[in-house]
Design a protein. Structure first.
Length: 375
């Protein structure tokens, strides 16, 4: 079996199945954002874990994360994507400290008969961990759970190295009217390029052989490297650990539940990295977020190209982002069309050799969510 349950498509249209799945995934390590967005004391950004709004904020040298809901009347504390300043509710003016405890409430003695600190009100915390400049979070659980480094395994040193962002990334966000899993499926599909992306990724047509496509399972996660070297992943891992890896081939990591990180040749010898996330919203709605930036690895580049790069990047960045956006839009259109007929799907898909990671994903995401038997 490919990893799909016979009635797998029911989750694409069933709100209850979606809610059950997301409730379980709230306990999984989920990418939230980059440390550069919370570089100064008081900086914060808003994110999502399994459809639940959260925010990450810097308090001095420490990062803290909380569910984005006031403990008083459940008003969202952070309405913008990012900002800076104390944690103050815009509904009644309640203020919280770095521990999530209420420390200020207007006319508190008159209204509640107590001082703010006597109310015992506090925000629900989330656990945070970092890998390089990438910030991950999850809701606490009473059960034993792996650390972020244990969960990522061999992907940890690669993400640590690739996330060394030297300048502000090119950020993009857009809605997609399709289930989040459909969007993950297409990122794990190397078969559709010539038909869906003929003027971008598919311009060379189908490869005559699979010898250059190398797929690796990394626990629950997976990797794809485009290389003629059978030991390419071992060399990538060793190079990232030692700081000696050079940009010389395409690779992509798929990190459960909804993260994809790619190292791409945009204009040889100029390489880019894309951090991409498909954030679940509803059965038929996903928010796509991406951060794109020049790869931090050394590459074979001439003295002239290296010297003029600060100037040529002014033109290269928007061109790269234009083509990247086109690829994202083309993939999103496919997912939205499948969503339109999701109610007609009553069997598992046929997966070929260039689609096998989709089956791996379905296996792993079901295990991660603790879903067994019928969904």
């Amino acid at each position: 079996m490919s990893g799909f349950l016979a009635n797998w498509a029911q989750a694409l249209i069933d709100p209850q199945a979606f809610r059950d799945e997301q409730r379980r995934l709230a306990l999984a390590w989920t990418f939230l954002g980059l440390a550069g967005d919370v570089a100064r004391d008081g900086d914060w950004f808003r994110a999502s874990i399994a459809t639940r709004s959260v925010f990450v904020q810097r308090f001095g040298e420490e990062l803290r994360g909380f569910e984005n809901v006031c403990a008083h009347r459940f008003y969202p504390l952070r309405r913008d994507a990012r900002g800076s300043g104390p944690v103050v509710c815009g509904f009644h003016g309640w203020q919280y400290n770095r521990d999530g405890l209420v420390v200020g409430a207007p006319i508190c003695k008159m209204v509640f008969g107590k001082l703010p600190h006597e109310l015992g009100a506090r925000l629900r915390p989330i656990e945070l961990a970092t890998c390089g400049s990438m910030i991950f979070g999850r809701f606490p659980s009473s059960a034993a759970a792996p650390s972020l480094e244990q969960y990522l395994g061999d992907a940890f040193p690669i993400l640590q190295a690739i996330s060394h962002v030297k300048a502000r990334p090119l950020y993009m966000e857009r809605p997609i009217h399709a289930h989040w899993k459909l969007n993950l499926h297409i990122t794990l599909d190397d078969y559709h390029g010539p038909t869906i992306h003929p003027s971008t990724l598919g311009r060379h047509g189908w490869l005559p052989s699979l010898s250059m496509r190398r797929y690796f399972r990394l626990g629950a996660n997976s990797a794809y490297l485009f290389s003629d070297d059978e030991r390419c992943f071992d060399r990538l891992l060793a190079g990232c650990r030692s700081g000696t890896y050079r940009s010389d081939h395409f690779f992509v990591l798929q990190i459960l539940p909804n993260l994809v990180v790619a190292h791409v040749d945009a204009d040889r010898p100029f390489w880019y990295c894309n951090i991409m996330q498909y954030v679940p919203v509803a059965t038929d709605r996903t928010t796509f977020r991406s951060w794109s930036y020049p790869a931090p690895f050394t590459a074979d580049i001439s003295w002239l190209a290296r010297t003029t790069r600060p100037v040529t990047d002014l033109f290269r960045h928007p061109i790269y982002l234009h083509y990247f956006k086109r690829v994202v839009d083309e993939d999103a259109t496919v997912c939205e069309r499948i969503q339109e007929v999701a109610h007609q799907i009553d069997r598992a898909p046929m997966l070929g050799a260039q689609e096998e990671r989709i089956g791996w994903f379905e296996d792993s995401i079901r295990d991660l969510a603790g879903l067994t038997g019928k969904m």
